[in-house]
Write a protein of this length. Structure first.
Length: 145
């Protein structure tokens, strides 16, 4: 499966989602003789193309994001054409609710959320899923009743 490697993350200033390419930027060079990085020395950014009129150069736009909310695009879309990202909560045609997780370098999977047990498996293109939320905006959806 060929797919564009995209990410999303939540902006700490507005709480809105931004989509694009992820960059972990170290803002200063650390002295090799005992210096150390502090959290404020690292910027977590989502970068995308800016707007441009005809024949005008396009600039890049970078947005600070909360690193805890960064999720990678799975390369799959739900039954409504919505991109599925790591951290999304999806529901299948049987009404089962799943959390989409990154399982390894090239694999995404899901964890079935149900009473008393968690089930892991692969997220396949041919299954009918619908994105119904995500773990950042809808954490209550993960609660087992």
């Amino acid at each position: 499966m060929n797919r564009e490697i995209l990410f999303r993350g939540k902006r700490p200033d507005t709480g809105g989602w931004v989509y694009g390419y992820y960059c972990k930027h170290i803002k200063r060079q650390v002295c090799p003789m005992g210096g150390e990085l502090k959290p404020e020395d690292i910027a977590h950014l989502i970068i995308n193309d800016g707007f441009a009129d005809w024949n005008m150069p396009r600039s890049l736009q970078g947005y600070d994001v909360d690193p805890e909310t960064v999720g990678q695009y799975t390369g799959l879309m739900d039954k409504n054409g919505v991109e599925i990202y790591e951290g999304d909560i999806v529901q299948n045609e049987l009404g089962e609710v799943f959390l989409v997780e990154h399982l390894g370098e090239h694999w995404f999977g899901y964890v079935l959320i149900q009473t008393g047990e968690t089930w892991c498996g692969h997220l396949y293109e041919y299954d009918e899923y619908e994105v119904i939320g995500n773990i950042y905006d809808n954490p209550e959806m993960l609660e087992v009743s």
